[in-house]
Design a protein around this ligand. Structure first.
Ligand SMILES: *Cc1c(COP(=O)(O)O)cnc(C)c1O
Length: 456
């Protein structure tokens, strides 16, 4: 009969499938509340035992104690940070993958999964305007995507500047670049050339000014642009920066973890046109492309450059790398800093293929349109003020006269009341309120209720 741990227990199976079915059928998903667990250090005491606990008891404990103590990121009321709103099809397919024994590392093991992931990547690359042959892999998040891409950019930059000491090479970035860019440069031992911007949007004029004033512009090997800053939804001048990079042999990386999904927007897609110049870019399906965590798409214009940098060499892996540089097997492990990986691009692929592109377009557009309408509501209120025009689906606004403590108390109360999860942010040193819209089922009524809650 085999080892008892590997037997299928229909009672547990039914309980889990029922749990998943019920969770999937909740629509809209309630917010829940992250702070409900009394005595968290004691809640799990004694649970790890020699003989194991009864599965149903533990599942009940998860349902009744642990799960309600998590804010549901897929609720339409979740408007903090960057939400995550996976389609039901994407969630269902994630379950299927969990049960499928898939290691998405190599072509040899999982060609059938990799070709489907690659179809999704090629679709994104084509949407971005990159030429045929562009590709990469899905990684856990934008942070590892940025790090992996900038590693390739650094190595290419080193080979273009053989006479410059490696530690002197720099990437040009704006002060509004995501924190993960700073972390990546730190890991890589690369200094930033930090560029001043006029209004938090990096332009080619800003870049040229910075290079003109710098004593060693020749040490700059690449430019990092942001397609939609996380805090304010601002899209850098991708077209200008990208053209400049191409003309000057600089690596052009675009961090579109959140905002590059706007390439599916009819009203704002044009802002993404410059993506076509990218040597590498990222976009997180687990943000605005409606896939479950954790899933970021990492795309290179010339994947061969990435493969040369990221392929891990080890005796037991030699069988994976038998082709030559023209004809090689597509191992996702060769394009980023990772080896073993789940086929995390497949939930996105399944959802895209089954729902169709036009559903993606309308769902992305819905968040942008709601941001615009919310900005109008804010402008019409006498106790609120727009900090700046909505950027993609992000809105920054202030409650006149409020201190940081008042924003915090209001934010906690909204969550306690299960109205919404909205957290304050810092803008130019000031604490302000911020909406990050993403779920197409967030309604005007919800926004109105949130704004009204700030009246006193
Ligand atoms: C979210 C975000 C990241 C980091 O992505 P993770 O998936 O959270 O690692 C990087 N850049 C931008 C612009 C982001 O919005």
């Amino acid at each position: 009969m085999g080892h008892p741990m590997f037997q299928y227990d229909p009672t547990v199976g039914d309980a889990i499938f029922n749990y998943c079915r019920e969770r999937l059928m909740i629509n809209p998903v309630p917010l829940d509340y992250g702070g409900t667990l009394d005595n968290p250090e004691h809640a799990l005491e004694g649970m790890i035992t020699s003989d194991g606990l009864d599965s149903e008891t533990v599942l009940d404990f998860f349902r009744d104690v642990l799960a309600p103590s998590v804010v549901s990121i897929d609720s339409p009321g979740f408007l903090a940070f960057i939400p995550n709103a996976p389609t039901k099809n994407a969630l269902l397919f994630d379950m299927l993958i969990a049960c499928s024994g898939l290691n998405g590392t190599s072509w040899l093991e999982s060609m059938g999964a990799v070709v489907a992931e690659n179809q999704a990547l090629e679709f994104l690359a084509a949407r971005a305007g990159l030429p045929d042959g562009a590709g990469g892999c899905f990684v856990s998040g934008g942070s590892i995507g940025n790090l992996s891409a900038l590693t390739v950019g650094r190595d290419v930059g080193r080979s273009r500047r053989p006479n410059t000491a490696p530690h002197e090479l720099r990437f040009a970035i704006s002060a509004d670049a995501h924190s993960s860019i700073g972390s990546a440069l730190h890991v890589l031992g690369i200094e930033p050339l930090l560029i001043e911007t006029d209004d938090h949007r990096l332009t080619v004029a800003n870049l040229k000014d910075a290079l003109a004033q710098d004593p060693h512009p020749e040490t700059v090997i690449g430019i990092v642009a942001t397609a939609g800053t996380t805090n304010a939804g601002i899209v850098d001048d991708l077209e200008g920066l990208g053209s400049y990079a191409r003309e000057n042999d600089l690596w052009f990386h675009v961090d579109g973890a959140y905002g590059a999904a706007a390439m599916f927007s009819q009203s704002h897609g044009e802002l993404m046109r410059g993506l076509r110049h990218a040597d590498s870019f990222i976009v997180d399906p687990h943000k605005w492309l409606f896939a479950p965590l954790d899933c970021a798409a990492l795309v290179y214009r010339n994947p061969r450059l990435a493969r040369a940098v990221h392929t891990q060499q080890a005796g037991y892996l030699d069988v994976l790398h038998e082709g030559d540089d023209e004809h090689f097997d597509w191992n996702p492990s060769d394009f980023a800093i990772h080896l073993s990986r789940r086929a995390r691009g497949l939930p996105f692929w399944f959802s895209l293929v089954t729902q169709g592109v036009s559903n993606y377009e309308s769902a992305v557009q819905a968040a942008i349109d709601l941001a615009q309408r919310s900005a109008t509501m804010i402008e019409q209120s006498d106790f609120l003020e727009l900090v700046r025009p909505a950027g993609l689906s992000v809105v920054l606004f202030r409650r006149k006269g409020w201190s940081p403590a008042q924003y915090n108390e209001w934010s906690h109360q909204l969550l306690r009341d299960q109205v919404a999860f909205v957290t304050p942010t810092k803008w130019e040193g000031e604490t302000v309120a911020r909406f990050a819209f993403l779920h197409p089922d967030t309604t005007d009524e919800m926004v109105r209720a949130i704004l009204n809650s700030m009246a006193n």
